[in-house]
Design a protein around this ligand. Sequence first.
Ligand SMILES: [Zn+2]
Length: 126
Amino acid sequence: MKLAEGIRRHGFRKWYERQLLQSHGHLVVTFFCMIGVFAAIDGMRGAMGWAARAEGILTAAVCAAAGMWALRRYLWLMQHAELAAHQAECPQCKAYGRLELVQSDASGDRVTVRCRGCGHGWRIEI
Ligand SMILES: [Zn+2]
């Protein structure tokens, strides 16, 4: 979910929490894919014939590809969440995450926000 849409729908803190949960879900998928790769390699040890080995290689390759995708997604989501989190403190009153959306660009990744405590405005770019 884009930053602007997330702040508008749920508020910054909930958006951030959801980003972290989603990214760690991808980390769990990465872990299961690693188990799939190791299981496929282990299953090839006793395999007889080219068809059984090809099946093991194919399974390991699919699990490795899915694991790489999930790991990249985990890192991307974490990076963007942390980048936004480092800019979520009000420069004036130092309140963290207490902000509301004022406006955003078309991509939804550059937003102007306003502090709910003191009303100071600033930009967050991820
Ligand atoms: Zn403030």
